[in-house]
Ligand binder design. Sequence first.
Ligand SMILES: Cc1cc2nc3c(=O)[nH]c(=O)nc-3n(C[C@H](O)[C@H](O)[C@H](O)COP(=O)(O)O)c2cc1C
Length: 315
Amino acid sequence: MSQIEAAAIEPKLFRQLLGCFPTGVAIVTTNTADGRPAGLTCNSFSSVSLEPPLVLFSLRKASSLLPTFVEAGTFAINILSQSQDALSGRFASSKIADKFEGVAWRPGPLGTPLIDDCLASFECRVHARHEAGDHEIFIGEVKHMGTGTADHALVFYKGAYMMLAESLRKLVLDGQLGTVDIDEAYRALYGTLLRLACDRATEAEVDAIECAVDRIEQHHSAEALPERIDAMASFFSSIALAGHNEALRLMAQTMTAVLRERMTHVIPAHPRTDIYPLRRKVVQCLRARDADGAVGALDELISTLRKSTGTLAES
Ligand SMILES: Cc1cc2nc3c(=O)[nH]c(=O)nc-3n(C[C@H](O)[C@H](O)[C@H](O)COP(=O)(O)O)c2cc1C
């Protein structure tokens, strides 16, 4: 295992390595000063003490909800089941103004919002707050708790919900995931993401996609397989970021895990200089905000790889 010096703790890799620790997912809720329910998706929830019963979660200082949690002095932890992944996406999205619209909930004895069909809930009074870097740690004393459905927990692992990522990984490794299915999924998902990116990507985000294309083309020797896989994964993940849709980004992250798995274990990727211009075309079209052009170039890229090799990966 390679050791990484403290001075070189690069945030992106730090986040990626933290993702190696699987966590549950909760929605932490509270009330605004005028009595409306508020909340966010959170995987920093942890137990702290049995007697007294203490738990914690940490909240980004930049979160618009920080003053609300500070003022309210109470919060509830709602532990999500594996069938509540959509709810997790909803409460993690900055784009949805009223996160509770259409969500079934009721106030608990402390008045904090308890979401229906969760695995368990803990209503807390804030016991202590600690500033820690770019987060604020809220320690809560549990005043009430409840059990809910008997489903399995939603698990977040390596940046994706584990049931989906793990079941897809298993299908890939067992050779059960058809390449036609994968191609269709790529066309649908990245086609949509490219269209969104044409509308929403910043120039810096398009630069990041271009930088991934540069890296793919730099690592053309047969020995540079890990670097090439990494660059290809960054090409797709930077398109996913540029689409600015959290739910699609998570799906894309799962698809990238599939691509990595296939390129590492199923079909080792060799450089294919003939498709270099197609990735360049995707970038050019993104810069020109030409959605049809970008999607067309992606389709051509997938078709070319499929026609000549029968695989989506370069081989
Ligand atoms: C699985 C998952 C776990 C998250 N955990 C935390 C967390 O522990 N603390 C935090 O501040 N944000 C966390 N977030 C991000 C917030 O959910 C998100 O930034 C916030 O709710 C966006 O909504 P807003 O912009 O309306 O505040 C997490 C997101 C996801 C998808």
